[in-house]
Design a protein around this ligand. Sequence first.
Ligand code: HEM
Length: 510
Amino acid sequence: MPNFNHFVRDSVSNQLSDYAEKHEGEQTSITTGSGNPVGEKDASLTVGYHGPTLLQDVMLLDDLSHFTKERNPERVVHAKGAGAFGYFEVTHDITQYTAAKPFSELGKRTPIAVRFSTVAGERGYPDTVRDVRGFAVKFYTEDGIWDIVGNNTPVFFVKDAALFSSFIHVLKRNPVTNVRVDYDMFWDFVSLRKETTHQTLITFSDRGIPRSYRHMHGYGSHTYSFINAQGVLHWVKYHFITNQEIQNMSSKDALRIAGEDPDFHTRDLYNAISTGDYPSWTFCIQVMTQEQAQKLSYDPFDLTKVWLHADSPLIPVGRIVLNKSPSNYFAEIEQIAMDVAHLIPGIDISPDRMLQARMFAYRDTHQYRLGTNYNQLSVNSAYRVHNYSRDGYGTVVSQGGAPNYHPNSFEGPVIDKRARALSPCLPLHGDAKRIDSGHDDNFSQARLLYTRVLKEDERVRLVENLVDWLKRTTKKIQRRAISNFEQVHKSLGTKLREALNLSEEFHIEF
Ligand code: HEM
């Protein structure tokens, strides 16, 4: 059971006392947003004691007109989260796989920002719910921003972006009742799309509720490409292995803590960093040549499948360490803009259909959520930007008077030859048509998880957790879901059927 006592004063509770101690006697005077000194803060400008407030009260106008706009649209997914800053340090040479700058020499450090999150709830949602956790890392490299926007699980529920918004809808509130979880929506979709089975088992295993953000692994999940100095391409997967060890929370503890301290994971991260207990992860990769990938018995670009370690062992690369909390959550974490399309020379994408769609989605949503110039916010800004875009809301970058059109004869920025040399050359062929990928083998890897990875006690809790959600949906949907779980393993189906008092004989309606 987590060591939890919300009456103890911790670093989170002491945030204001710490500030006061540090700034004792400084006597800063209040100003308006435009820096004009304010002489009275506790009273509006009125005509007499009961009189109306005057429009000329610029102090009040300054304060209230800012207050009414203090919220922006929240993330459509992953709205509740916490984040911190630190560095990535190279411990092993992988320059034979990639020419990307962060890996160029042993011991090299690259500044990073990390944001952890839950997926389904809103900005104020409790941390300790059963859900996948986001694990997104922003690297501030000499070649600009590189983001790995992954989760704490190596696979995902669906593998075609055509199904993504529907999947997210079934996780979120029912549009009529405004209640979540709507168990009918969730199990209906999950049982109709069998490719969800692998990720569903992971989510209902112990790892569905981590002890903290520090006690979980992170994964890039998708397959990406590495390009080395000779232009040779390898496929790659990213793993962040926690050095705090995996720890999870029982459903019972999670439920209680969700009520007592909904920000439990947020508090944990802040406290750990404040007390110098810096969380770290070992950054590992799995690598395959194009020829190896072609010989696999499963699709190496299928987001519902892992690469088996027997096919591609983990190669350590370095470590990431978090040693600084944000000084303002909204400025530095709420406004952080993670994007799988933030790539640097030596790193590229793969022919994974989900990843292709994600290349569009993040920039698009950031422009809506944070404005056209979200890249100029300090948490998102690269060390140098030389392009032909100008202006728009919130512009602060002038680019020193350089021309804003290309081509030009006035010393405007020119193409980067190294980036061109490191661009992958992928031979693509095939007929343009819509192919439903949901009929591939959806159960073999889920079976390996159930039979080889999970221990007996973990399998018992998996069944309990599944039953806890399944019992809230209709018999018809229960039966359809069980018939999928039965294809993972006969005994899983039997245990679920027994726990839900369903007879052996039934007709499954799809
Ligand atoms: C086609 C599929 C997907 C689409 C369209 C999509 C779209 C989005 C959108 C719109 C956001 C909100 C971003 C923001 O407002 O800052 C988001 C956040 C996020 N997504 Fe996805 N997503 C997809 C698949 C995935 C997958 C497969 C993963 C993990 C492997 C993932 C991980 C994340 C994470 C970690 C965040 C939160 C980033 C942060 O902390 O700021 N997404 N996604």
